[in-house]
Design a protein around this ligand. Structure first.
Ligand code: PGA
Length: 260
């Protein structure tokens, strides 16, 4: 079984460094030294260097929510992979749907960032997923296949094995609607078949594919118990320590029991 990986995407929250540090401290003390589930938090960029020392001595990874594809230069308002590493980051979320749909980020742009993240030794969490209209038009597999094809272009199997994917149906993000475990598992299995066709069975078996979209403490266990769901990318519930820790605990209990 792939080690489950639970990551919190804080998005543009909370409103102060003090509150961000308090949230990181609460997650750190709740997680303790539990290392049977991988955990990361992804605060806004401006808090990263404040939170890095808070997480010292803990197994919790620190992730950014975006980065630029270029290493340096005249890119006003942007942040490079090397800057994220310097701030203590181990991970970076790429191609989140709020960037794809809100900021016009294309698969090709995500691909450029992905190569830059790997070059900077960051673990990328690449998000993919269909909109409600695409699902209702029966286009989920087409959309996911296209996103995988273009977002992951040019990776070697070895590089792919170190990339985390997050399947996040756009209609389930921040809406309280969750894909059922059956719906999510079906897409995760499809993703793994696509990875096998592109990178080989052995690599596909190693890739961690998180589910994201209204994951909460009370629905995490049944999602994480699905054979091809290897963790969760958590938005809203990652802002409340008890809820986020509840999701991690669900992961620990699935890990202890084994899947299926
Ligand atoms: P949500 O967000 O858990 O609030 O639905 C998930 C995400 O956007 O990664």
């Amino acid at each position: 079984m792939r080690t489950l990986f639970v990551a919190g995407n804080w998005k543009m929250n909370p409103n102060s460094a003090e509150a961000a540090v308090a949230l990181a401290e609460a997650v750190k003390s709740g997680v303790g030294q539990a290392v049977d589930v991988r955990v990361a938090v992804c605060p806004p960029a401006i808090y990263l260097s404040r939170i890095d020392p808070v997480l010292a001595g803990s197994p919790i990874g620190l992730g950014a929510q975006n980065m630029h594809a270029k290493p340096d230069g005249a890119y006003t308002g942007e942040i490079s992979g090397a800057m994220l590493v310097d701030a203590g980051c181990t991970h970076v979320i790429l191609g989140h749907s709020e960037r794809r749909h809100g900021q016009g980020e294309t698969d090709d742009a995500v691909n450029g960032k992905l190569h830059a993240a790997l070059a900077a030794q960051l673990i990328p969490i690449v998000c993919i997923g269909e909109t409600r209209l695409e699902r209702e038009s029966d286009l989920t597999e087409d959309v996911v296949a296209r996103q995988l094809e273009h977002s992951l272009a040019g990776l070697s199997p070895e590089q792919m094995a170190g990339v985390v994917l997050a399947y996040e149906p756009v209609w389930a993000i921040g809406t309280g609607l969750t894909a059922t475990p059956q719906q999510a598992q079906a897409v995760h299995a499809f993703i793994r078949r696509q990875l096998a066709a592109k990178f080989g069975e052995a690599t596909a078996a190693r890739v961690v594919v998180q589910y994201g979209g209204s994951v909460k403490a009370d629905n995490a266990a049944e999602l994480l118990a699905c054979p091809d769901i290897d963790g969760a990318l958590v938005g809203g519930a990652s802002l409340k320590p008890a809820d986020f820790l509840g999701i991690i605990e669900a992961g620990q209990s699935v890990t202890a029991k084994g899947k299926g």
